[in-house]
Design a protein around this ligand. Structure first.
Ligand code: SAM
Length: 163
């Protein structure tokens, strides 16, 4: 498989899961996008969840202006600082219906470290039944790994549901 094939498979899985989650997400609860990047997945999420408030976390916003969240919904800074502050300010503990985490880089060692550090935060943020879609595996003691239920091949993308 070429790197192009691999990128297409990953993006297809990402889009399919965003569509899947948009269809079943609870009608109330925060929606968080971790990693704005080019704004592609944010654009998809806001299209699939019209009217829903989506908070986006990004340390270096550089997306196309058409893919920037409205005022008040882009949280700039390192998620390890901004997420705990968001949780406290918005009383967001156990109130997130959907989190999409796509903050990985090409450094797999660093990605693993980030996932392990982020896991307890995401575990606390998700409400019962809340969904986490992620570009890598997380260690979430109160969540079930339901990737297999979604039809996405193991290891391509990761899906968790808070118990
Ligand atoms: N989902 C995006 C899209 O579809 O365009 C791509 C996201 S890109 C793979 C990852 C993004 O996460 C980068 O823009 C990077 O700056 C951001 N990021 C990585 N680590 C971060 C951190 N600790 N805090 C905030 N943002 C971070």
């Amino acid at each position: 498989m070429t790197r192009l094939d691999s990128a297409i498979r990953r993006l297809t899985a990402q889009r399919d899961l965003l569509d899947w989650a948009s269809g079943i997400v609870a009608p109330t609860g925060f929606v968080l996008e971790l990693g704005l990047g080019n704004g592609r997945t944010y654009d998809h999420l806001r299209n699939r969840l019209p009217g829903r408030e989506i908070y986006v976390f990004e340390r270096r916003p550089a997306a196309h202006p058409s893919c920037l969240p409205p005022e008040g919904y882009l949280v700039v800074g390192d998620v390890f600082e901004t997420l705990p502050a968001f949780m406290a300010d918005r009383d967001a503990r156990r109130r997130c219906a959907l989190i999409h985490a796509d903050i990985g880089s090409g450094d797999e060692h660093l990605n693993r470290e980030v996932a392990l550090r982020l896991s307890p935060l995401l575990d606390q943020l998700l409400q019962p039944g809340g969904l986490l879609l992620a570009d890598r595996g997380f260690e979430l003691p109160h969540c079930a790994d339901i990737t297999a239920e979604t039809g996405i091949a193991q290891g391509r993308y990761y899906v968790y549901r808070r118990e």
